[in-house]
Design a protein around this ligand. Structure first.
Ligand SMILES: [Zn+2]
Length: 94
């Protein structure tokens, strides 16, 4: 039952982790009704796309956008759309 704890994480593992984390963030944002308008400025959808597509994004921007996604259902929905696009691309490239 104990896993091979010696195994170090690969880049793909990190991608998977980030992907899962992003999915969680997005899901939560979409599920929680927009009770209040978001306090931060909406980021450029292109940045959300880069984030979802695992393009290199500056850590502070990643943090800002992730935080924004948790409080802005509109942007969360955009992220969700890109996520589906990403999944499709991944499937097609296999
Ligand atoms: Zn927003």
């Amino acid at each position: 039952m104990a896993g091979t704890h010696m195994k170090s994480k690969t880049k793909a593992d990190y991608r998977e982790e980030k992907d899962r984390w992003l999915a969680e963030v997005v899901k939560k944002a979409v599920l929680s009704a927009p009770t209040s308008p978001c306090t931060t400025k909406c980021p450029d959808p292109a940045i959300i796309r880069d984030l979802v597509f695992h393009k290199p994004v500056a850590p502070e921007i990643t943090k800002d956008v992730a935080l924004h996604l948790t409080e802005c259902p509109d942007c969360a929905r955009i992220a969700l759309t890109y996520r589906e696009e990403y999944r499709e691309q991944k499937e097609n490239s296999v």
